[in-house]
Write a protein that binds this ligand. Sequence first.
Ligand code: ATP
Ligand code: MG
Length: 399
Amino acid sequence: MAHNVILARMGEVTLKGLNRGKFEAQLITNLRYRLRHFGKLSITQSQSRIWIEAKEDENPAFAGEEASKEILTAVTQVFGIVSASLALKFEGDFEVIIKESLSFVEKLLAEHPNYKTFKVEAKRGDKSFPLNSPAICMEVGGQILDHFPALSVDVHNPDFILNVEVRDYNYLYSGKVMGHRGLPVGTAGKGMLLLSGGIDSPVAGYMMASRGMQIDAVYFHSFPYTSEQAKQKVIDLAKIVSRYSGKMNLYIVNFTQIQLDMVKNSPQDMITITMRRVMLQIAEELAKKANCKALITGESLGQVASQTLEAINITNEVVDMPVFRPLIGLDKEATCDLSRKIGAFETSILPYEDCCTVFVAKHPKTHPKHKDIEEAESKLDIKAMVEQGVNTGLEIIEI
Ligand code: ATP
Ligand code: MG
């Protein structure tokens, strides 16, 4: 009996030298975690490929084709996977391969009536198989031509390729879904993402996770100036990022009193910078407790007043941890494209205020100097504010 199996291909992981085994093991662990809702699956690795299969007798609910397509999508969202294909797996001799190939093509043509040209690619892992790869291509191709007179062969630019592989079993597949590439999450330590409800920070988290970094997130909430809906939006964005980055803790800092104090006691045009400096310090304290070794923000050079070089430098100097800003050289459109690609855009553009838009100055200083910040913070007890942010009203949500 033929059944569905997913063939996933590894990318950069396979370039690793002595550490390769560790990276591969992490990738398999992450696949198991990402696919945990699909019941019992067999996940096996051979060279640079991973085979994923729901066995009919063990897991009938997910052995069907529709479910396999869902699993396929989830597989491509795991960092470290370059591409994946849905394949048909079966036993039998060459006669069976021909028969299965013809019904495979028939089904493919029913789904894609516009297909006119094709090519067969074959791989023979089982060297005892009587035909070599070119002979398999010739034979299968010839049979397809005989049975589907509207099709012709085009080896350079075919509408579809039929892949035939003969190894422990026989496999047929056509086409592949591209994955998100990168390195398996968990191979590059943990970072604390400053996650707002905007477009940029979820993308920043996604990008660092794509380099193998596990992510926790912190959101500064100023209820009632920022609403319950604004908070829910951040939770939803954290869920979207965690589709790619795996398990995450979301820290929700009660920021209201801190912001009110700032508004009262520091000059209007410096509030944005002062606020960002405090945010970073609170984030760093939480990061240390959560064993994170870096902070991550969605800043992009020059995008807004608080993201000029001077503003970034003056914000940066309050923390010792490195602050990763993966979007620093991207323009807004490039970030929006990424946001759409990861499925965050629709949520990010929901019109709920974030704390920066509520308290932001109309004309923030774009080129703050040290004397400006000293003056601005002279009437503030920064240390107490940081302590308050870390300890008072902190909520932790497991995503
Ligand atoms: P985003 O689209 O991510 O909100 P932005 O373009 O609106 O970014 P800013 O509001 O200046 O830019 O924020 C810059 C970065 O600071 C954000 O990308 C995010 O990492 C962090 N940040 C801003 N506000 C918050 C908040 N309320 N909670 C947590 N992090 C925040
Ligand atoms: Mg924002």
